[in-house]
Structure formats: C-alpha cells, structure tokens
Design a protein around this ligand. Structure first.
Ligand SMILES: [Zn+2]
Length: 217
C-alpha cells in the first residue's frame, strides 16, 4: 500500500493556491505577489520587487529570482583590531540567485555580477501587470551562507583575510525579479542590467522555468 501525503500550498495573503516546482522552498503568489517561503514547516513572507533593466534589448524577457540582501560587514584581525573597510568598496547589498546555479566557476555567476556593479537599482513593486516570476529552490538561510562567502571572497581579493573574523549582519531581504533576455537559438540568457550573457544551462531548473514562462526551447 502506498501512503501519499498531499500538501496543498495556499497563499496566506489572499488564499490562492501557490504553484511551484517540487524542489522549490520559495513560492510567489500569482494573484497578489506575496513571496512565501516554506522551510521545515515554518512559513515566512518576503517582499517581491522588480529590478528595472537598463540596457536596450530585443527578444523575450524572462525574470529570474534573486535574494537581495543588504549587509553590514565588520572585520576583526587576530590581534582584535577592527579593520576599516571603508576604503575597500565592500558591497552594501548582495545578490544571491534564488534558483540553483550550475557550474558558476565556468559559466559565470549572475548574482555576483549584479553585486559587483555596486549600484543602487531602481525597484518596482509587484503589480498584476508585472512579468511572471518563479519560485526559488534556495531558501534565505542558504542564500545568507552564499552572501557571506561572496563578501569574504571580495575582501580576500583586496586584503589577506587569514585569521580574521568577518561578521556579516544582514538587513531586511527582498525577493527580486531580475530581467534577462532569453535567446532560444543560442540557449543563452542576457541580463538587461549588467549586459552579461550566460548559457541558459546555468539555471538548473531552466526547462521548467521556460515552460512556466511559456517560452519554447
Ligand atoms: Zn496571494
């Protein structure tokens, strides 16, 4: 006998049904734009914002989800001296993809590229006219670990971090939809914010995402 457990996910804002991939832990309500994270039975809500593309583009837009996490970084060396990081251009906001990426060392890391351009982006709130955005496999807790690694990596390029204690205090995170142009022929995605192009296979769940966006591959 097979025992099936069926859990129906309901938006706690408007009571619509939430749809997502089986691997998702973050869901976006298509009806009201609420972002709902369900992790270990615990439900958390986040704000959904849309980043504005900068570059001119042609082709079909595809929105990919990122965690936008404001961070405050402190660094103390082995002699307990607090180091002044103000000259090091440490980003105050980190972008971590909410989708699982594959092979970022080889294929590039769009979250890192968004973080590196060190701009304050214009954000728009969700409306019913906003493009469709998928849920995410990566929970906020997991994204925070990557945010920390990213900051340490950025500092390490400018300063030896051996034996230093780096503390990262996150602010209020947002779940942001970032625009990319999908090129079916080249199977690539290009950020309309950074202008960088990646193989679409960088996004582990790209085929499901494309079918959700009703883009053919
Ligand atoms: Zn809702």
């Amino acid at each position: 006998m097979t025992i099936a457990t069926v859990t129906e996910l309901i938006c706690n804002g408007c009571k619509s049904q939430l749809n997502g991939l089986v691997t998702d832990s973050v869901f976006v309500c298509d009806s009201c734009g609420q972002v709902v994270q369900i992790e270990k039975g615990k439900v958390q809500n986040f704000k959904l914002s849309y980043m504005q593309g900068k570059t001119e583009h042609q082709g079909r837009l595809l929105y990919l989800p990122f965690w936008m996490i404001p961070v405050e970084t402190k660094m103390v060396d082995s002699d307990d001296n607090r180091l002044d990081l103000s000259m090091m251009n440490i980003p105050g906001v980190v972008y971590i993809s909410a989708f699982y990426e594959t092979n970022t060392n080889y294929l590039g890391n769009p979250g890192r590229d968004l973080t590196d351009i060190e701009s304050v982006f214009e954000l728009k709130n969700w409306t019913s006219e906003s493009g469709k955005i998928t849920g995410g496999a990566r929970s906020l807790n997991n994204a925070l670990k990557y945010a920390r690694l990213m900051i340490i990596d950025i500092i390490d390029r400018k300063h030896d971090v051996t034996d230093s204690l780096i503390t990262i205090t996150p602010g209020v995170p947002k779940y942001v939809a970032s625009p990319f142009v999908f090129d079916a022929e080249k199977f690539s995605i290009t950020s309309t914010i950074t202008g960088k192009t990646y193989s679409a296979s960088i996004v582990e769940s790209i085929h499901q995402i494309l079918s959700e966006h009703k883009l053919t591959t």
